[in-house]
Write a protein that binds this ligand. Structure first.
Ligand code: BDR
Ligand code: CA
Length: 338
């Protein structure tokens, strides 16, 4: 082969490699994960952090919710450390909801927000607030390019939208773990925790007109653990499988007992599974309203399932999920971690 042909072939190879990388980058979803870890949040984070081929995680932003902000921020950094993904920045956001008195869920997640031993991770928080990060990032983003996985109370995004409503143009979609309708609530008879913890924030996000998908208790209470499914994670033989199995063995106990379920839900992880494998889930476009009036229905989600109000549809409300498909995906991805 003469020198000319060799150089031409090398250039061709380089061009094709560049094109392949650009196409792969284009296929990856730009994602910000807003979260209040929380046991199920940590499982969701590990699933996302183990999926770099599909998800370009720009940042994790934290909010007060299951426990106070210092602890949710520490737990988000722990998940990042466990996944070996210290390249992903963690920004701390709002220490309290927009208007209501703060509530926490330490009875479900443990005093530290996790039912396993915790430590202070080596890598700290990124400088600056999560709200400023959201504003700056979404303002600079190409139109409809960034997805937000919303795994806790929606306070950070609501604050960002109040300060800079134009950032809505940078958002591709927001996928929320929140709400309950057919299933009934988990913090009151009708309200789900994330909406109850900051219903005013959920209303701000709804009113912004951003494309929204809701993963409510209606579906998360169908995607349940079983001892065999947890044992399979344990059996992976790596640290990630053991960590998630240890978390789940404790975390699911209370829900199994309280609801008389055969296994426990891992609510927030369904948001990430939905982003990775939407075909595992199904639902319907509906008009949704969130109640923030004081009283029995505070924090209740009201999806107009039969379109009785004839109002514009503002969310996709998911009701069905393939539980085995979810656990196959979780097991496959956790196997990739250390
Ligand atoms: C939601 O509330 C929190 O306790 C969980 O982390 C999840 O986001 C379920 O209602
Ligand atoms: Ca959560």
């Amino acid at each position: 082969m003469n020198a000319f042909i060799r150089t031409a072939l090398r250039s061709l190879l380089l061009v094709s490699l560049t094109v392949t990388t650009a196409l792969a980058d284009e296929a990856r979803r730009d994602l910000i994960i807003d979260t209040d870890p929380g046991a199920d949040d940590v499982v969701a984070l590990l699933l996302a952090l183990a999926s770099p081929d599909e998800l370009n995680i720009r940042a994790i932003t934290t909010v007060a919710g299951n426990v106070r902000l210092e602890k949710t921020s520490r737990n988000a950094r722990l998940a990042r450390e466990w996944a070996g993904r210290e390249d992903v920045p963690v920004y701390a956001g709002s220490p309290r909801p927009l208007l209501r008195t703060p509530i926490y869920a330490a009875d479900i997640h443990g005093a530290e927000g996790l039912p396993i031993p915790v430590h202070e991770p080596a890598k700290g928080l990124a400088p600056g607030s999560a709200v400023t990060y959201l504003i700056d990032t979404l303002r600079a983003a190409p139109p409809k390019s960034v997805t937000i996985a919303m795994l806790g109370p929606q306070t950070n995004l609501a604050l960002a939208l109040i300060q800079a409503p134009e950032i809505v143009k940078g958002i591709k979609e927001v996928v929320v773990m929140g709400g309950a309708h057919f299933n009934g609530g988990n913090i009151t008879p009708v309200a789900e925790f994330n909406l109850y913890a900051d219903p005013h924030a959920a209303q701000v996000v709804l009113a912004s007109g951003v494309p929204l998908t809701y993963i409510p208790l209606d579906v998360t209470h169908k995607v349940l653990t079983s001892q065999a499914r947890i044992d399979k994670l344990q059996g992976l033989g790596n640290q990630a499988g053991k960590t998630v199995a240890d978390i789940l063995n404790e975390y699911v106990k209370r829900d199994m007992e309280h609801y008389g379920l055969s296994g426990g839900p891992i609510h927030d992880a369904s948001v990430i599974a939905y982003l990775l494998r939407p075909q595992l889930f199904s639902g319907r476009s509906v008009h949704l309203e969130v109640d923030s009036r004081e009283g029995l229905t505070f924090g209740q989600s009201v999806p107009d399932w039969y379109d009785g109000l004839q109002q514009p549809k503002n969310v996709t409300w998911i009701t069905e999920g393939d539980a085995q498909g979810f656990f196959d995906l979780l097991t496959e991805r956790l196997a990739k971690l250390r």
